[in-house]
Design a protein around this ligand. Structure first.
Ligand SMILES: [Zn+2]
Length: 399
């Protein structure tokens, strides 16, 4: 049993419920887990000592929403959108064609490359979704490939009705043979409940079928306008509803209601539906930001995630999401970091394993090339990513 001590950390932000910040900190790692955290001066002896060089430490990011299984390039669509064209869900079809044409080898390499970029940026726990296959064979292939690279896979066969198919017939396929074939590779199922994608009845059908198959649930909801997505997510006990740009008072009340049996001080009790805000997507689509501040104030647990995808948010930088959440959504730096670490873990159901710097958690630790975590928002756009540890091992960056 070997131990490693990371010492001379300028400050360690733990993402615990008290937003604890330890100055002059050290972290002891044993058996891939955090065994001790406290002041450097009080640190126990260890087999190996790593000098942090007075850099700040925080938990590795937990990115709970990405779409990394894709091929092709949609930069021209982005340029057109910046020139004033509207975003419509139909752009997904462009990626579907390119992704279907990519070999297993090429697609695996693409996903691995994107996961490596995320890791270098401090993301130590990564979810990704299917949803660019949209046929039984392709969705199963994408889920299989994703499951070999990332930590969790979500089935998003209900991303878009492929051109030429009847919406109801396609929904039946998603809920039947497609779900059956994909289920062995995934932990959750998701549905894009939106005008132009899946309506309320179809969303209910997908969520019911996925629940019956034993999968956890998520909803892409209220991204492009008001709609039933958020309240359906709460009704079905979904782990998260993602995007949440266009919420009315009833939506926020429904979300808050899902957390009434949760004690935020002890982080125990019944887990509700996490509202996952995707600020990089909101920026890239020039949409109004999700009301992260209002959700927090209403007692809703929120997550920040990258939504890394080729159409509306081609970045896996969680640091950028945190910066934006602070500068534009009026979160404090502490709230934003908690949402990007513990919040993501809650949305993925792994809050007992990752997302905080606490004894017993997996030693997923990132050091910033900065003396304080406030620099994440104070120095927007700067790459502050330093060494990244996953399960106690240095996996990116240099000491
Ligand atoms: Zn998404």
């Amino acid at each position: 049993m070997t131990t490693t001590l990371i010492t001379n950390i300028s400050e360690a932000f733990t993402s615990d419920s008290n937003h604890t910040l330890i100055r002059d900190a050290a972290i002891l790692i044993r058996d891939e887990k955090i065994a001790w955290i406290g002041k450097s001066a009080d640190a126990p002896a260890a087999d190996t000592v790593i000098e942090a060089g007075y850099r700040a430490a925080l938990p590795g990011w937990v990115d709970s929403h990405s779409h990394m299984v894709f091929a092709g390039d949609r930069s021209r669509e982005f340029v057109a959108r910046m020139a004033g064209q509207d975003y419509e869900a139909g752009g997904i079809a462009v990626t579907t064609a390119a992704t279907r044409a990519a070999s297993d080898y090429d697609l695996t390499r693409l996903v691995m490359g994107r996961a490596a970029e995320a890791l270098a940026g401090g993301t130590t726990y990564l979810e990704t979704k299917t949803g660019y296959g949209l046929s039984v064979e392709e969705e199963a292939r994408h889920a299989r490939i994703a499951s070999t690279v990332v930590d969790q896979v979500t089935f998003l066969g209900a991303h878009l009705v492929p051109a030429g198919l009847d919406a109801q017939e396609y929904t039946d396929l998603v809920c039947g043979e497609m779900l059956q074939r994909v289920a062995p590779y995934v932990q959750y199922a998701d549905v894009f409940c939106e005008r132009g994608a899946f309506n309320e009845a179809q969303t209910r059908q997908v969520l019911s079928a996925a629940r019956d198959a034993g999968l956890g649930l998520r909803v892409h909801g209220n991204q492009l306008g008001p709609g039933p997505g958020t309240q359906l997510a709460v009704e079905f006990g979904a782990a998260s509803v993602d995007h949440v740009n266009f919420l009315d008072e009833a939506d926020i009340l429904a979300l808050a209601g899902s957390w009434t049996a949760w004690d935020p001080a002890t982080r125990s009790g019944a887990v509700g539906t996490v509202a996952t805000c995707l600020p990089a997507c909101d920026l890239s689509t020039r949409m109004p930001f999700a009301p992260g501040r209002e959700l927090l104030d209403a007692g809703v647990q929120i997550a920040l995630a990258s939504n890394c995808n080729p159409g509306t948010s081609y970045t896996s930088s969680m640091a950028f999401c945190v910066t934006t959440a602070v500068l534009q959504m009026h979160l404090s730096i502490e709230e934003a970091i908690v949402a990007a670490t513990y919040g993501g873990a809650l949305a993925l159901g792994v809050q007992d394993q990752v997302g905080t710097l606490e004894v017993g958690k997996r030693a997923d630790i990132q050091l910033l090339n900065a003396p304080s975590v406030a620099h994440l928002a104070y120095r927007p756009g700067m790459n502050l990513s330093g060494p990244v540890f996953r399960a106690g091992k240095l996996v990116a960056g240099k000491i």
